[in-house]
Design a protein around this ligand. Structure first.
Ligand code: HEC
Ligand code: HEC
Length: 430
């Protein structure tokens, strides 16, 4: 992954070579044409069999097609002055000869967010609130579900993964519903910076909004999981914008884009089906650094307690796997990888650098089927759909939420994912 504009990137290519011919550093002139290798530099191995060259793949506008901003550049070294054998970049894996190099991009300008599940209207949300008998104020919500007692779990953090705002989270096992209730007061601004959101969270200045959920068993019933939003002054709000674009501000329709892969909302009965609580993933959070009581260490017991409450809210198999794996003891295991993803370094890296940070939060809320991505075979079964969803054609793509998408496109994760899927030529132009 090379940050910055591709036109400024110089790559140091170095290795060892035991032969005596001239080496050619090559890139694809047209990233969609996997035969369009072109030599951009040459090198000779020295007496110690070492070679090196500094190459600038895009050194003029005439070469811009080689590596679009946000796209992937493929690079290799070939002996015989470019007509011989491509050198492996890992001596133990002779067939691996092409190095994929990514550059970051802004998220696609024309994408819509949170519209996998379609928006509704303020009137529909009012009818939904009536159907679920939503408490009309945050204070009424807190007293209805029994917040404030010793069994309440709470934590403060910045959700870096999917929302980009400060969170003051509270959950309880509640007798009133026979299940679990949570509310989370949000601070900062969508699209704003992390430092200001954390400062607002710590100062508890005027919140953005408080969002709330209740689980009433059984999970299979319509509205087993309900969603409410309370505005800054604590009264029920009929819409909530959760990013800078606001393509879907409807409650619960925008919530269920994340809270339940197989969820759906029926306006005729004002009922959400298949909605889910989500797991708490400290890897997706940032913690205040200027308050010793708010570090991950200091809040670990509360985060574990929050995840234990999520375990009581009928989590899917995939969610249970993440929660139990992440908390093998009272200490959070930040490097948890499910067994199915841990058979090879190749799979493990995909899980750690792509699936866990950019896909897992939502996808484990699928009850069943291969969109849980619980195994490499699950993801591979969705290879074509995944390529289409991450290559930027839009207007609906993956990862669905604006914050997640911005971070995904700004990282090397897309290149890793495409390489893992065996589609190194995909997304070349985006
Ligand atoms: C972009 C994805 C996303 C959307 C949209 C979203 N949430 Fe969440 N929500 C999360 C994640 C991730 C968590 C887990 C805790 C965290 O990361 O802060 C969560 C947790 C929660 C919790 C704590 C209970 C639990 O599931 O762990 C509540 C309450 C909540 N959300 C309410 C809402 C409501 C109400 C809406 C709609 C107005 C909504 N959320 C929309 C991602 C989302
Ligand atoms: C913010 C939530 C969210 C995130 C993050 C997310 N997805 Fe999805 N994804 C969904 C929803 C919702 C659906 C629709 C249905 C479902 O899950 O069953 C979906 C569907 C898909 C599909 C099926 C698309 C089709 O055409 O049928 C693929 C493939 C997919 N996602 C891949 C990914 C990958 C890969 C990532 C990570 C790079 C990712 N998603 C991240 C919410 C998300």
């Amino acid at each position: 992954m090379f940050p910055g504009a591709v036109s400024t990137v110089t790559i140091h290519v170095a290795g060892t070579y035991t032969g005596d011919s001239e080496l050619a550093v090559q890139v694809l002139a047209d990233p969609t044409d996997l035969t369009s290798w072109t030599t951009i530099a040459t090198a000779m191995a020295d007496a110690t069999q070492a070679f090196a060259a500094d190459v600038q793949p895009v050194d003029s506008s005439a070469d811009a097609a080689r590596w679009p901003q946000g796209g992937v550049l493929r690079l290799r070294v070939v002996d015989g002055a470019g007509s011989g054998v491509a050198l492996p970049y890992d001596a133990n894996q002779p067939s691996l000869t092409t190095i994929a190099v990514a550059s970051p991009a802004g998220a696609p300008a024309d994408w819509q967010y949170l519209t996998q599940k379609a928006p509704g209207s303020d009137a529909e949300t009012s009818a939904y609130y009536t159907a679920i008998d939503a408490p009309t104020t945050l204070a009424a919500f807190q007293s209805t579900y029994g917040f404030g007692g010793a069994s309440e779990a709470a934590a403060k953090y910045y959700n870096l993964g999917d929302l980009g705002i400060g969170r003051d989270m509270h959950c309880v096992a509640t007798a009133a519903a026979g299940g679990v209730a949570c509310y989370v007061t949000n601070y900062g601004t969508f699209g704003g910076d992390q430092g200001s959101a954390i400062a607002a969270l710590e100062a508890a200045t005027t919140p953005l909004a408080t969002v709330a959920m209740v689980y009433t068993p059984p999970i299979s019933a319509p509205n087993a999981v309900t969603f409410m939003v309370y505005g800054a002054t604590g009264s029920l709000a009929t819409h909530a914008q959760l990013d800078t674009v606001g393509n879907n501000v409807s409650i619960p329709q925008n919530c269920i884009n994340c809270h339940g892969g197989q969820s759906s909302y029926a306006a005729t009965s004002h009922a959400a089906t298949g909605a889910r609580f989500l797991q708490f993933d400290p890897n997706a959070f940032a913690f205040p650094t200027d308050d010793a009581s708010l570090t991950l260490d200091a809040q670990q017991a509360q985060l574990a307690a929050l995840d234990q409450l999520a375990m009581q809210a009928a989590p899917t198999d995939a969610e249970q796997e993440v929660i139990t794996g992440s908390w093998p003891s009272a200490t959070f295991d930040a490097s948890f990888i499910p067994d199915a993803w841990n058979d090879s370094d190749h799979d493990a890296r995909l899980y750690t650098d792509v699936l866990a940070p950019y896909c897992r939060a939502c996808h484990v809320s699928n009850d069943a089927g291969n969109l849980t991505f619980q195994t490499p075979a699950d993801l591979m079964a969705n290879a074509d759909k995944t390529i289409a969803a991450v290559c930027g054609t839009g207007p609906i793509g993956m990862p669905v939420a604006q914050q997640t998408t911005a971070r995904f496109f700004g990282s090397g994760a897309r290149a890793l994912l495409l390489e893992w899927l065996g589609a190194p030529g995909a997304c070349a132009g985006q």
